[in-house]
Each structure stands twice: as C-alpha cells, then as structure tokens.
Design a protein around this ligand. Structure first.
Ligand SMILES: [Zn+2]
Length: 378
C-alpha cells in the first residue's frame, strides 16, 4: 500500500494507495475539521486546488452532527461529496486540548464537550467505532498528546498507556471488521509515536511499534508543535526517525510552516497537515515563493498584480491584490474564501515542488533556496 519510490539523503519520495485513490508523497493534507474547509470551501473547491487527502476531525464530527448520523448518510465521503482519500484523527488531540475538565484513566478519557458541556467518554474502542462510522481511509490510533513541558515521569507512564491503547485500537478494529461494521472496509490504521521531548521515550516507543506484528499501515509522530522550540522538534524527529519502519509512511501531525515542512521532509517525513495556511489566510497573511505578505497592508491599495504572479490558483487567475485588500477591509466573506484558496494551492504546490526536487535529485538545492526564504515577511 506504501511504495517507496526513491530517496535523496533521508528525504523520501513515495505513493500511498487507499480505497479512494493514490496520494503522491510527501503530501500535505488539507484540513476540513468539521467536514468543511474553514473559509467557505467545499469538496469541489478542494479538487480544483489539487488536494490529495482531506483530513477531518473525529472529535468534532462525533460531537456534531454525530458519527452515527454520518454513517447513516453513507459515510463521510458521501456526506461531504469528496471522493478522494480521507484521514480522520483519533480525537485524542482535541480531547486533550479543547475539552474542559478531563479525567484520564486506563479505560479512556471522560470530558465535557466544548459545544454543549455534554459528558462524553472516549477511549480506544470508542475512537475506532467512531472512525469506522465515518468511513475514512486512514484512521488514527487513540493516544494521549502530552503538553510540553511535562515531566519525564509523567510522559513515561503516558507513553506506555498510549502503547496499550494502540493494541486495544487494533483489537477493536478487528472486531468491527468481523462484525461488518466498517463503513469503509478498506480503512487502515496509523499508529502514533509519543514520548514528549525525551529521546529515550520516543525511541522506546518507536522500537515497540516497529516490533509489532502488524495492524497498522503508517506511523505518525504526535505531540510535537505543542509548545516546544522548533529546534527541539527537529531534534526529536532526528532521534526517532532511524527507529521507524522504512516501508511505512511517517506522518508529522499538525506541522507546520513551509520551512518546517521542508526541514521535516529532509528528516524522512512523508505526511503533513496543519491548520496554519487556512488560518493565516483568514487573517490576510498569504504565502508566496518569495515569502509571506499581509494583503491588508496599505501598499497593496492600488496594486493591480495578483497575490503572486504566475500562480495558477483561482484567486490569482481572476483578482488583483487591490481587490482582495478591499474585500478584507470591507469584511466580505469572499476575502476569506479567495485567501484560503490561494494558501491551500500554495501548500499543495509546495509539496509538488518538493516531490519534483526529490525526483530530480535536487532536493538539497531546493532546501537551501527555500527553507529560510518561504517564512520571511515581505
Ligand atoms: Zn494564487
């Protein structure tokens, strides 16, 4: 299901096949938290932006409209009319970051919904059942994402529990498959490596996952970009990467800037997701190959050029910076829609450029040229 086609240094060029199509890697997944891209984009828009994998949130869809409703509507693909691959996260991250008053035990986590305060219990079995109902192509294991910093003692007992939860996820998926309760019988599971910022715990967990007989099709590195420095994040990836299975994709969860992505690709990562391009777009911060611009700036008032000359996105093909700046000033919804369109196009095409660079053995040059430049402010 994962084909590793080529490497340059530790950078990897591959392809990952799902029941809803093949994604070329390295890949950036476009985040549609509640089954929609924030900024009023739908599945048809995503196709036009050359999105390869859509990512939705287990926790959000469980709380609203309810995963059983999505199942009754034929699964998430039919519900949102997106026919490409979908990855659903496990809900773990949202439970630990959004939910109020949580109580973590061996069985799982009891917490209060951020929408209506309703009492919810989620453990590995509940997360697998919800993701089976959603019918995503890639389900994520239920894990505990610890805050950085946390003590070594706490992270050690947490990562051991996350490993026991992974084993329960695999057992529950087998049960759901035998009972014919998978909306998408071809759904696979990704394990999640945890261990905070402690290399010994990260490596212990990576080795433990790698030694498992099966039951998972990829490994994520979770619990990063949650308060530690960028260098610490790179150091953790450097430490753990040699112990991850070579024949399965690696997914760095929730990361990051274009520079973070280039640096993580250089360290052997294949999958990415981040709310940053859409969130920044909604605030007028736009990505270009020269760096980022703030479209609300006075200097774009009479600028007839598109956001980026040569950009093939629907916003740049039709509109000027001056018009987009006006839309932001007038607080028109179209401002957000056009800005998100451009930024997601940029991220998806950044990945195309990274893949082309690996294909042509020029990734080192690409990294040197763009890693610093893409995050500078113009
Ligand atoms: Zn554009």
């Amino acid at each position: 299901m994962f084909e590793l086609k080529k490497t340059q240094g530790r950078a990897r060029r591959g392809a990952f096949t799902t029941p809803h199509g093949t994604a070329q890697t390295p890949v950036f997944m476009n985040v549609g938290t509640q089954g929609a891209i924030k900024g009023a984009l739908d599945a048809g828009d995503l196709e036009g932006l050359e999105c390869q994998i859509e990512l939705s949130n287990t926790y959000h869809l469980h709380v609203r409209p309810g995963d059983e409703l999505v199942r009754d509507m034929g699964g998430l693909h039919r519900f949102m009319n997106w026919h490409g691959p979908i990855l659903t996260d496990s809900g773990g991250f949202q439970v630990f970051s959004l939910a109020k008053r949580k109580d973590i035990r061996e069985e799982g986590v009891t917490f209060h919904s951020h929408v209506d305060g309703r009492h919810i219990f989620m453990g590995p079995e509940e997360s697998m059942t919800i993701q089976a109902n959603l019918g995503s192509d890639i389900a994520m294991a239920f894990d505990e994402c610890v805050e950085n910093p946390s003590t070594h003692e706490y992270v050690e007992q947490s990562v051991q529990r996350t490993q026991r939860w992974l084993e329960r996820c695999i057992a529950k998926r087998q049960e759901l498959a035998e009972q014919g309760r998978m909306v998408n019988p071809g759904q696979v599971l990704f394990a999640i490596n945890q261990g905070g910022v402690y290399p010994d715990l990260r490596i212990w967990h990576a080795k433990t996952i790698s030694a498992m007989e099966g039951g998972f099709a990829g490994v994520a590195i979770g619990g990063l970009a949650v308060g530690e420095s960028t260098q610490t994040m790179y150091d953790v990836i450097d430490a753990v990467e040699p112990y991850l299975p070579k024949d399965k994709p690696r997914y760095l969860m929730g990361v990051g800037t274009p520079s973070n992505i280039i640096e993580a690709v250089a360290r052997g990562v294949d999958f990415f997701d981040c709310v940053m391009p859409a969130r920044n777009a909604r605030h007028g911060k736009l990505y270009t190959w020269q760096g980022t611009i703030n479209i609300k700036n006075e200097k774009y008032k009479l600028d007839e050029r598109p956001i980026e000359e040569g950009c093939g996105c629907p916003a740049c093909r039709s509109h000027s910076r001056a018009y987009l700046r006006h839309l932001f000033k007038a607080e028109e919804m179209l401002a957000m829609r056009l800005a998100v369109t451009h930024n997601l196009w940029f991220y998806n095409h950044l990945m195309t450029a990274i893949r082309n660079a690996i294909d042509t053995d020029s990734f080192d040059d690409f990294r040197t040229e763009y890693s610093g430049k893409l995050t500078q402010r113009l």
